[in-house]
Every structure is written in structure tokens, then in C-alpha cells.
Design a protein. Structure first.
Length: 467
């Protein structure tokens, strides 16, 4: 009886004790320059995670491509994927606690057989991750249906799926449009991608969360506003932009990627979003790496979740973090309700702050009438700026020697960002996680050479022709 009560007490804690320990450890490691009141790393989240070396090959070509050129010579092997994903996720659960977002990423996920893809997602869920499959989106509804449904029973094996579809004009080889001149030519493909998931929900009740990823170079930066205006209502809940970096396959570096600043990209995103994006309200790691703006459309108006200039919103954020910490609000209704009640009983003043925030959000949205007329549609805008391999390599080498300073200011900045990294990849064999930048710039090439020997591609895979 006592054991059951203890288990219940643990289960209904707002923040799982393993996550509490992981967050405290992450906060301790963070450099001082990112430890502001608006920092989410180490307080709300341990950060995002991604798989590596689990299915390196892709059947499209991107310029740039962040994967080492050897990746194309590794065959996609379902058994290898299952074993490696399970090992990486088990490690992440051990060191980062439950409830963290993890990307099933590598080459192209839809080259996996549906059952292997499903097994990888199941392993991620079983280890307390929130999986998101990263894809170019060039697959058909039967593949999605086969992934979502149990082949034995024909019933859903997942109640919910998360996918990020990567669509941009720097990709070559998509069926129906091998070469893209302008982003607008891809709109029918973006729309069809969303429609597949809408159909899945309609026919089988499987809900989804869809993100849209886009690499930004001098060729398409000015097309960002049009893409956002055209695609905002397709069904994507997140639009994520990655200014191109010189990393991965050098044969795919086509442009002067430093011809514009990340500020210029963010300005185009704001223009397309149709409203100011409050990326200083909450930070995830270092702002030079990540900018995130949370908000919702009420009619045509984009309403920020938090106003970055409002001291009342800042106090509400502090109260929220103190009360709920890293609590997972998507862990089932009953558990979420029990944890919420418990958190609020321990911090009753938070209720008044919640009411105050609700009133401010409603005012920003145009008042209760506007909210009643137009149900808010949450959309998140993200910019993630990977770093160039030429600075990551010396920075990572210095960090491996235990150094946190460097005489070269660019390398110094890179060290600061790597130490604040919010996107980790697991290395159970070494008992550590590494930043994705270090993975792609330093570790991927060697890893893929080993995989080429282990899983040689059956066919002779040529580099896809690009512009
Ligand atoms: S260090 Fe690299 S992988 Fe980590 S958050 Fe910054 S840009 Fe992203």
C-alpha cells in the first residue's frame, strides 16, 4: 500500500524527478551569458534531440546538404535503424529524463519500410521521447497509412504523429518537379503534404503536428514572405528556417551563404508572419543559434503568447516556470489535470498571474469578441542557424581539451554557442551527448565511413545532379 502511494506521489509530481535532475545539470553547465530569466534550457526543457547514423541515405539532393558525402553510400537498413535508435533513445532517457522532443532524422526517413519507421517511433515513445519524423515529404498517402496503422489489425498503432516536411527550392529530384526555380512552384507539394495528414485524421482519427522546414540562401531569402503568406493556412503549426551553413558535403556548397545576416532572415519571417515576432520573450540556448516566437493567429492578426516588452508577462513566465518547471502538458488528460492541480496548490498565487496573462492576451488579440469569433490558431516561428564546419572543428577540438576560451573571436563565439547548445545527439558508446553542429562537422564523416563498411549500398549510388 505504501509503495503504491509513493508511486502515485511520484507519478503526479508536476515535473518528473529524473527531469528535475537533468534540468538542474543542464542549467549548471550553461555559460553565464545565456542564463537570463527568459532562458528555457535547464528550466523548462533539456533541449531537442536528434538521431544520427541510423539511416544516412537520402534520395533527393540539397544544396547545401549537411550530411557527409559518404552518407549516400550507406544503405537504409531497418534492423540497423531499430537497434541504433533504441540504444540512442535509452541513453537519452537516462541522462535527460522523459518528455523531451526528439527528431527521427538522418537521411530520408521515408526510405525506411513503414514497419521499420513505426518501430523506430515506438522505441522513441517507449523511452519517453516525443518523436518527430524529418522528411522531404516526397511520399504518398499509402506510405503514411501503412506507417500509422497496425498491419495485423488495420487499426491505428499511433494516436498522433509529428512530421517536419523540408520544402525549398535548393532541393533537387522531387517527383513531378525535379528542379525548382521559385519557391511558389513548391506550394502544391506543401499543400499535398498537409492534406495527407488531414486525410489520415479524417479516415483513421490519427492527429498530427506538422512543421515546415526551409533552408535559406541568397537565392530564396526574398521569397520567405510569400511562402509564409501562401502556406500559413495549409495546416503547418511551425515554420522553421535554417540559414545555410558551410557544413557537410562540400560538393553541394553553391552560394555565398554569408551574404546576408540572420537579422535579415528574421526580418523576412516577420514580414511574412504579418506581425512583430517576440523572439526575446523566451530563449532556447544562445540567440545566435535559435530564435523562437510563440503565438497564435486570431483572424489575420498574429498575437504573441508573451509580449517581450511586458514586465507583467515576464513575471507570469517566472511564475509559470516556478510552478510547472518542465511539466509535460501532453501526458494524458487525467495525469495532466492531477499534476496541474498539485502544482497550483503548491503555488496558489500563480492562478492570479494566469488570469492576468489571459486578460492581456485577449486584449492583444482584439478583445473577447475577436477571440469568440476567430478561434486562435497556434503557429510557431523558428530560425535555427547552424554553424560553419571551419569554426566548429577548432572549437570542438578546444572543448575536447577542456578549454572554454580561444584567441580567435569566431572560434570563441562558436565555443560559447556549442556550450549553450539546444540540439543534442546521443553517443551511448562514449556516455555523452554532442551538439548537432559537432556531429555534422566533426563526427559524421568518420561515422559514415564505418557505416559504409557495415552497410554498403547494394547499388552504385551516384551523386544526384544539381544546379
Ligand atoms: S550549437 Fe549548433 S546544433 Fe547546437 S543549437 Fe547552436 S546551431 Fe544548433
Amino acid at each position: 500500500m505504501l509503495d503504491r502511494l509513493r508511486a502515485l506521489e511520484r507519478l503526479t509530481r508536476p515535473e518528473h524527478p529524473d527531469l528535475t535532475a537533468a534540468l538542474a545539470a543542464r542549467w549548471e553547465e550553461l555559460p553565464a551569458h545565456v542564463k537570463g530569466a527568459n532562458q528555457m534550457l535547464g528550466r523548462r526543457t533539456a533541449g531537442c534531440e536528434g538521431t544520427h547514423g541510423v539511416f544516412p541515405k537520402c534520395n533527393l539532393a540539397c544544396t547545401p546538404c549537411y550530411h557527409a558525402k559518404e552518407a549516400q553510400r550507406v544503405r537504409t537498413d531497418g534492423e540497423h535503424t531499430r537497434v541504433e535508435v533504441t540504444a540512442q533513445m535509452a541513453f537519452l532517457r537516462g541522462v535527460r529524463g522523459p518528455g523531451q522532443n526528439a527528431q527521427l532524422i538522418g537521411g530520408e526517413v521515408s526510405l525506411l519500410e513503414p514497419d521499420d519507421h513505426a518501430a523506430a517511433l515506438r522505441a522513441m515513445l517507449d523511452h519517453g521521447r516525443k518523436p518527430m519524423s524529418m522528411t522531404h515529404g516526397d511520399f504518398d498517402y499509402p506510405y503514411l497509412e501503412a506507417l500509422a496503422l497496425d498491419p495485423e489489425t488495420g487499426r491505428p498503432r499511433f494516436s498522433h504523429l509529428s512530421f517536419a516536411g523540408h520544402f525549398d527550392s535548393m532541393m533537387f529530384g522531387r517527383r513531378g518537379i525535379k528542379k525548382v526555380e521559385r519557391e511558389e512552384q513548391l506550394h502544391p507539394y506543401r499543400k499535398a503534404f498537409c492534406e495527407m495528414f488531414a486525410r489520415l485524421e479524417e479516415e483513421h482519427g490519427v492527429t498530427s503536428y506538422l512543421a515546415h522546414n526551409m533552408t535559406i540562401t541568397p537565392r530564396n531569402i526574398d521569397q520567405i514572405p510569400e511562402v509564409l503568406r501562401a502556406c500559413r493556412d495549409y495546416g503547418f503549426r511551425m515554420f522553421s528556417f535554417q540559414p545555410a551553413a558551410f557544413v557537410g558535403n562540400e560538393a553541394r556548397w553553391k552560394d555565398s551563404y554569408r551574404a546576408f545576416s540572420t537579422d535579415a532572415v528574421w526580418a523576412r519571417i516577420e514580414e511574412g508572419a504579418g506581425g512583430e515576432l517576440h523572439d526575446d520573450a523566451m530563449l532556447i540556448g544562445d540567440k545566435r543559434c535559435n530564435r523562437t516566437a510563440y503565438g497564435a493567429y486570431v483572424g489575420q492578426r498574429y498575437v504573441p503568447l508573451l509580449d517581450q516588452r511586458s514586465s507583467a508577462d515576464a513575471r507570469w513566465l517566472e511564475a509559470f516556470l516556478t510552478t510547472f518547471g518542465g511539466m509535460d502538458f501532453a501526458d494524458g488528460r487525467a495525469l495532466t489535470a492531477a499534476r496541474t492541480v498539485r502544482a497550483l496548490v503548491e503555488n496558489p498565487a500563480t492562478l492570479a498571474r494566469l488570469a492576468g496573462w489571459g486578460a492581456r492576451f485577449a486584449a492583444r488579440a482584439g478583445g473577447p469578441v475577436a477571440l469568440a469569433r476567430d478561434r486562435p490558431r497556434a503557429i510557431t516561428y523558428v530560425m535555427h542557424s547552424f554553424m560553419d564546419a571551419k569554426t566548429v572543428r577548432p572549437a570542438w577540438a578546444a572543448m575536447e581539451r577542456g578549454e572554454t576560451t580561444h584567441e580567435d573571436p569566431d572560434v570563441q563565439a562558436t565555443i560559447e554557442r556549442l556550450r549553450s547548445c539546444s540540439y543534442a545527439m546521443a553517443h551511448p558508446e562514449d556516455g555523452r551527448t554532442v551538439p548537432a553542429c559537432a556531429q555534422h562537422s566533426v563526427l559524421d564523416p568518420l561515422e559514415n565511413v564505418a557505416l559504409m563498411a557495415l552497410l554498403p549500398a547494394h547499388e552504385n549510388v551516384a551523386e544526384p545532379a544539381t544546379a
